[in-house]
Design a protein around this ligand. Structure first.
Ligand SMILES: CSC[C@H]1O[C@@H](n2cnc3c(O)ncnc32)[C@H](O)[C@@H]1O
Ligand SMILES: [Zn+2]
Length: 446
């Protein structure tokens, strides 16, 4: 081997195991992941890496599994400040009597900034490198994610009524269009449209949202079929199931992500399949609010792309996507009455390559392949409670917690090193969070 066949790399990660997800979701032994700039240069055996690459920095991870950064497809980041504030309630009581009054009292630019940073710290620490957000002040969320070096799809909110971000649908749509145009070429931020739900957005703004999506290419994300009450009430009010109403309005399509999707019948599945709409499964929120069960194996069998999200920390109550995968895999088996439904490997795909596909970015995200963006995580499987290791994918889904994440890189930039966040000042953030908790506690008890 001569010197001119040696390729320079910025980082070489020597891993006990690598699960690249594409072109294979097999577990590869003793691999090296090479990073050059913001891209993956190669995933090769460590012997081959010795002969082909010279890296500026080498990181040895002898008891770790390395995989693509996780993609959390649905959440309300700043709601982390409401974690544990209103538990053990069904959706509409939770929203009407607790969450919406608290949002009316507290949501401001600083609330969004501090709550979003808290959420980003938790997501980064537990392996998420890309998240989707649907909340107020999206321009602040986008800027914070950009500053932190995290990738995010940021959905501006659209509802029929006033909120701390605007007076009603016309203002949301006009601010939203400006927001989309401002961020649409950013490599980290995907601006998107977030009509809250069929029961909070009427036909006219939904039609305008569809037109905006078509003219800008911005994705749409909507809570859909979250509860039995939503479906029954929609049929009583409109004569249509919510999925059918969305299809009639042109909301469903490959750019649209339908969050929750419980209470499903064959007509819903047919509409999702025909339109190419995406599904975002949020099993822990669905369980905690007793919203309902999502038949994800039926969706998968119908060829529908099923991805995963945590929802907000006020209805979960954490943002650990590994925990969400465990719940998803176990619940899928129960719902399908089939222990082979959603294997560990299939669950990992939901949080990686399938999330990238839903975002329209599978060509550059969601797997560890040469030429893709260097969004990479490492999970340490060396602890006694993870022994022995027969299949690292099994442990990642069934035994692991996000806290085992030891390293992450986004765009080739370190975000977590030896379990510590590199770019967020945690002590300062904790001071601000405690200040919010004191104010919220005081208001709740008055
Ligand atoms: C349009 S901004 C987001 C809006 O949604 C509320 N919210 C949070 N979680 C859920 C959920 O599971 N279903 C419906 N609405 C939810 C949040 O509090 C904001 O008001
Ligand atoms: Zn939600």
């Amino acid at each position: 081997m001569t010197a001119d066949t040696i390729t320079a790399a910025d980082i070489r990660i020597n891993a006990r195991w690598v699960i690249p997800m594409e072109p294979t979701d097999a577990v590869l032994d003793h691999q090296a992941v090479l990073v050059q700039g913001d891209r993956i240069a190669a995933v090769v055996s460590q012997e081959e890496a010795d002969t082909r690459f010279r890296a500026k920095e080498t990181i040895d991870l002898p008891s770790h599994v390395v995989l693509p950064g996780l993609i959390n497809m649905h959440g309300h980041a700043a709601m982390s400040l409401f974690r544990g504030m209103a538990d053990d309630l069904p959706l509409m009581t939770w929203l009407n009597d607790h969450i919406w009054p608290a949002e009316g009292a507290f949501v401001s630019e600083t609330f969004i900034a501090d709550g979003t940073q808290l959420a980003m710290a938790e997501m980064l620490r537990t392996g998420t490198t890309t998240f989707s957000d649907m909340y107020f002040f999206p321009e602040i969320v986008a800027q914070l994610a950009r500053d932190a070096g995290m990738r995010a799809q940021v959905c501006f909110p659209l509802l029929d009524f006033p909120t701390p971000w605007g007076s009603g649908p016309d203002e949301y749509l006009s601010k939203g269009e400006t927001f989309i145009r401002q961020w649409q070429d950013d490599p980290f931020i995907t601006p998107a449209i977030g009509p809250h739900a069929p029961y909070t957005v009427s036909d006219e703004p939904l039609l305008k949202a569809v037109a905006l999506s078509r003219s800008t290419g911005a994705p749409i994300q909507i809570h859909l079929h979250e509860t039995a009450f939503e479906v029954a009430d929609a049929i009583a009010q409109t004569g249509k199931r919510p999925t059918a109403r969305m299809a009639d309005l042109g909301v469903l399509g490959p750019l649209t992500q339908c969050v929750h999707m419980t209470q499903i019948d064959d007509s819903d599945i047919q509409l999702l399949r025909e339109t190419g709409a995406q599904v975002v499964h949020c099993p822990e929120s669905n369980l905690k609010l007793a919203s309902g069960l999502s038949p994800i194996q039926k969706f998968r069998d119908a060829g529908i792309n099923v991805t995963i999200g945590t929802d907000g920390a006020a209805s979960n109550n954490d943002l650990d996507l590994f925990g969400e995968l465990s719940t998803a895999a176990m619940l899928a088996k129960l719902v399908a009455n089939d222990a082979s439904a959603l294997s560990a490997h299939e669950a990992l795909a939901m949080a990686t390559i399938k999330g990238a596909k839903a975002l329209g970015r599978a060509h550059e995200l969601g797997s560890l392949e040469a030429g893709k963006l260097a969004d990479i995580i490492a999970v340490d499987l060396g602890d006694p409670f993870l022994q022995p290791v027969y299949d690292p994918a099994s442990h990642l889904v069934y035994s692991n917690h996000g806290r085992q994440v030891s390293h992450s890189w986004i765009n080739g930039v370190p975000q977590v090193q030896e379990g510590r966040l590199t770019r967020i000042d945690v002590p300062d953030l904790m001071l601000r969070v405690r200040g919010w908790a004191d104010r919220i506690r005081e208001q709740q008890s008055s």
